[in-house]
Write a protein that binds this ligand. Structure first.
Ligand code: DGJ
Length: 366
């Protein structure tokens, strides 16, 4: 089946097929523009849920000239069935020089029958020429039977947005340095936990990771190092307020999406209700680390209590001058996650940084 699209189905949430007629598999994703060899294209990275929740097949990439029609570029971060697969050519090239112990650590994060790989996001680092992917790395391993107990950030690099990405590792991130503090269900022992995450690249090329931590109670924003492969400051020496900030403390936010538009930073996110939608909220700031001024629910039409049945994953600033911004939302279908929908909607801006998410069906951005 060949499809040519000239509009987004929006809240009508029709199945969205790639240029070969296969259902697009890029959930919890992100879209951005890269110019490679003089050729400008949009790139969409997301969770491949072809087999539902598990086996977890990894991270998939699509490319497009117009944001409507997407070419499948394949799985860019591959998972594996057993450590024996390190002998396969594909994995040998990526991980061949690692020790057995290091391979076992990589396997924990890439074990398709036990891992969780969610909300992958990518940055291009101009200095190193590498593409860097961050994702919520979770799942089971011997001694841990919960799907969301590991709570780390996975980081992978590649020379191309089309991969193959090599996983560097998975990490706990910043934490509030007070053993008597409030760490939610993670507790002090699991300080630095990471669940829903996103990335933001500022105009000065400083990058940030935004993530739910402290048992999802608090939204952390942390500065990344120059390579975008880790935190800017050693997490045991990091200074709260300078290297990272804690935001919306005790508000249980996730599905973070940060962007810069005209003269402000915006951060949209959702509440924490597993796969069920809930009201979105947004905040504005003069710096990616905040402080953030809460602005409320951006949805203005019927269905605003569930963000029109969606959860945020990315906001694409298509054309700042013309005021074209697209909200990318996931409409999760828990019973059949691979058929979860992509609801893309127009974001409009009013005076005083007011932002509204409109409910549209079959709409075009031009
Ligand atoms: C909500 C998160 O936003 C998703 O990425 C996923 O982790 C689900 N929770 C799991 O219940």
């Amino acid at each position: 089946m060949e499809n040519r699209y000239g509009s987004f189905s929006g809240t009508a949430d029709a199945f969205w097929y790639d240029t070969e007629g296969k259902l697009i598999q890029a959930h919890g994703g992100q879209v951005q523009k890269f110019v490679i060899n003089g050729r400008e294209k949009w790139y969409w990275i997301g969770e491949d849920k072809t087999y539902g929740y598990r086996p977890c097949s990894g991270i998939r990439m699509y490319s497009s000239d117009d944001l409507y029609n997407w070419k499948d570029e394949g799985i860019v971060l591959r998972t594996m069935g057993s450590v024996d697969e390190f002998e396969d050519e594909y994995f040998k090239i990526l991980y061949g020089t690692l020790s057995l112990e290091e391979k076992e650590a990589i396997f924990t994060d890439l074990d398709k029958n036990n891992c969780v790989i969610e909300r992958p996001k990518m940055l291009y680092n101009e200095k190193t020429g590498k593409y860097v992917v961050w994702f919520h790395a979770d799942g089971r391993f011997p001694g841990c039977s919960g799907d969301y107990d590991k709570a780390k950030a996975g980081v992978a690099v590649s020379d191309s947005p089309k991969g193959p990405f090599r996983l560097l590792g998975s990490y706990k991130l910043n934490y509030h340095n007070d053993p008597n503090g409030e760490y939610g269900f993670d507790g002090w022992e699991k300080r630095g936990s990471v669940r829903d995450l996103n990335l933001f690249l500022d105009r000065d090329k400083t990058a940030y990771v935004i993530y739910s931590s402290e048992g999802n109670r608090t939204t952390f924003i942390s500065k990344l190092n120059e390579e975008y492969t880790n935190l800017a400051a050693d997490r045991d020496k990091a200074v709260e307020g300078k290297d990272f900030t804690r935001n919306f403390i005790g508000e249980f936010r996730e599905a973070h999406a940060m962007f810069f538009y005209r003269d402000k930073y915006y951060l949209m996110n959702s509440g924490c209700t597993a796969w069920s939608p809930n009201p979105a909220r947004y905040a504005v700031a003069d710096h990616p680390l905040g402080p953030w001024t809460e602005m409320g629910n951006p949805c203005i039409e019927e269905g605003r209590e569930t963000t029109y049945g969606t959860q945020s994953t990315c906001i694409i600033v298509v054309d700042e001058e013309k005021g074209i911004c697209i909200y990318m939302g996931d409409r999760w279908r828990e019973e059949d996650l691979g058929k979860s929908g992509y609801v893309w909607l127009p974001l409009v801006f009013g005076p005083k940084y007011g932002m509204a998410l409109k409910k549209e069906e079959n709409w075009s951005y031009e």
